[in-house]
Design a protein around this ligand. Structure first.
Ligand code: GLU
Length: 477
């Protein structure tokens, strides 16, 4: 962390939040520590022959909790990767999976690398070599440890990892389930790329279904017209901003990126900004908005909702007191430090915590893993059957109208919409929406009803830790 104040590390910050929640619980002695600690972290240093020499890379795979297996969590490619970071992220995966009821323990991996410094061929060799090191120790395995994309990785890297696993396990019929977030033609699932952003949208929609909660954030009404600041237009920030502006009528009044921020009171065209970044390497020079070089200052600007969707620790002791947004939605993992969390809570800021807000990714990863293990696409068996039953009903209504001369006509477009059976994408969205609603309601109940709980993060921890503890108890621990 680069702020002036000496703040705890990311992992310590997660532990502090955990401790705050666990103090309100009545866990058996020792169980609290058993849940908090990270079970194991494997560090690997390996060499790859590149550009006429050998380059050595450092990678990690951390397993936080094996109360359920496989353990699950992304692999990050970034120069900021460290043991402390992967351990914090692995712990968050445990709590996240428990909160959204995906049957996994928590894990996370990382490779200390700037992926933009290598061409595709080099990255493939580095990724395969890293995957080889993890596969041979069962740290990538369909029944034990299933990675996914995270910062700096995506479908392409997951496809390389899946292929590497298949080469090393030629008779494993479930090989494809060794990693999620794969491209659709390589065993992936519809809707996984945008899943985390979609989850942020569903999380906010659910929040706005509860006027009392909205009022606690000193807001009112619906998402329509709300002014949103998004920090980071990567996969998560981009999709969240796109869906919220295009489908819910929210206004993206600022986008903060590495090289500065864009602001516009009338709202930014997310697609257009994304295309500009792709063509110019940053937001600077974008014509249809005001550019500010000091992007961090824009985090403190006035708005209704602030969505940090990039790195951890961006809201910290340095700037927390100046954050004006009454509602912060943590699309990134750990964007608010434990110290900042305290300050914001005292100010009455409502924080929708990371382990809930960004759980869309792992939720759809779960669907992908189930699809891989069942070897069949969702909807394949039911779709046409569903359509023919709907058709039966429509035919009957039309016959009644005709025979009895009732003059009924269906509204335009209804028949087409009603007749169409759900395909994989519709089912994935429905499963994700249901998951986000159920998780919110579980958290909300604790937030409203448990004495001593005055924020959603503590409520989320209570739900998750309670579930992890119950599964340890079921194992006789
Ligand atoms: N990396 C994502 C996260 O932090 C997704 C993890 C997964 O799908 O396993 O939640």
């Amino acid at each position: 962390m680069t702020n002036q104040h000496r703040e705890p590390s990311f992992r310590e910050s997660v532990d502090l939040m955990f401790n705050r929640a666990v103090a309100l619980m009545d866990l058996s002695p020792g169980l609290e520590e058993k849940i908090r600690v990270c079970n194991a972290t494997y560090t690997v240093r390996f060499g790859v022959r590149l550009r006429g020499g050998i380059q050595t890379f450092t990678g990690y795979r951390s397993v936080h909790s094996e109360h359920m297996e496989p353990v699950k969590g992304g692999i990050r490619f970034s120069l900021g990767v460290s043991q402390d970071e992967v351990e914090a992220l692995a712990a968050l995966m445990t709590y996240k999976c428990a909160l959204v009821e995906t049957p996994f323990g928590g894990s996370k991996g990382g490779l200390c690398i700037d992926p933009r410094a290598y061409d595709e061929d080099e990255l493939e060799r580095i990724t395969r070599r890293f995957a080889y090191e993890l596969i041979k120790r069962d740290l990538i395995n369909p029944s034990q440890n299933v990675p996914a994309p995270d910062m700096g990785t995506g479908e392409r890297e997951m496809a390389w990892i899946a292929d590497q696993y298949a080469r090393m396990n030629t008779t494993d019929i479930n090989a494809r389930a060794c990693v999620t977030g794969k491209p659709i033609n390589g065993g992936g699932i519809q809707g996984r790329v945008e899943a985390t952003g979609r989850g942020v949208q569903y999380a906010l929609r659910e929040f706005f279904r509860h006027p009392g909660d909205v009022a606690r954030a000193k807001l009112s009404g619906k998402l329509d017209g709300k002014r949103i600041i998004v920090q980071g237009l990567g996969n998560v920030g981009y999709h969240a901003a796109k869906f919220l502006s295009e489908e819910d009528g929210a206004r993206i009044v600022a986008i903060i990126e590495r090289d500065g921020a864009l602001t516009s009171n009338t709202g930014l065209d997310v697609e257009d900004v994304r295309a500009w970044i792709a063509g110019h390497g940053g937001v600077q020079g974008y014509p249809n908005a005001t550019y500010t070089e000091n992007g961090a200052a824009v985090l403190e600007a006035e708005c209704d909702i602030l969505i940090p969707a990039a790195l951890e620790g961006v809201i910290n002791l340095d700037n927390a007191a100046r954050i004006q947004a009454p509602l912060v939605v943590e699309a990134a993992n750990g964007p608010v430090t434990a110290g900042a969390d305290e300050i914001l809570r005292q100010k009455g800021t409502v924080i929708v915590p990371d382990m809930f807000a960004n759980a869309g990714g792992v939720t759809v990863s779960y669907f992908e893993w189930v699809k891989n293990l069942s070897h069949i696409r969702f909807g394949r068996m039911q779709r046409r059957q569903e359509e023919s039953r709907h058709e039966l009903l429509i035919d009957e209504l039309e016959r009644l109208s005709r025979d009895r001369d009732l003059g009924w006509t269906l509204s335009p477009g209804f028949k087409e919409k009603y007749l169409r059976g759900a395909g994989e994408l519709e089912l994935v969205r429905s499963g994700l929406d249901d998951t986000m609603r159920a998780a919110y309601q579980a958290m909300q109940e604790v937030w409203h009803e448990r004495e001593g709980v005055d924020d959603l993060r503590t409520a989320a921890y209570l739900v998750s830790i309670g579930r992890v503890a119950a599964s340890y108890r079921a194992k006789g621990l």
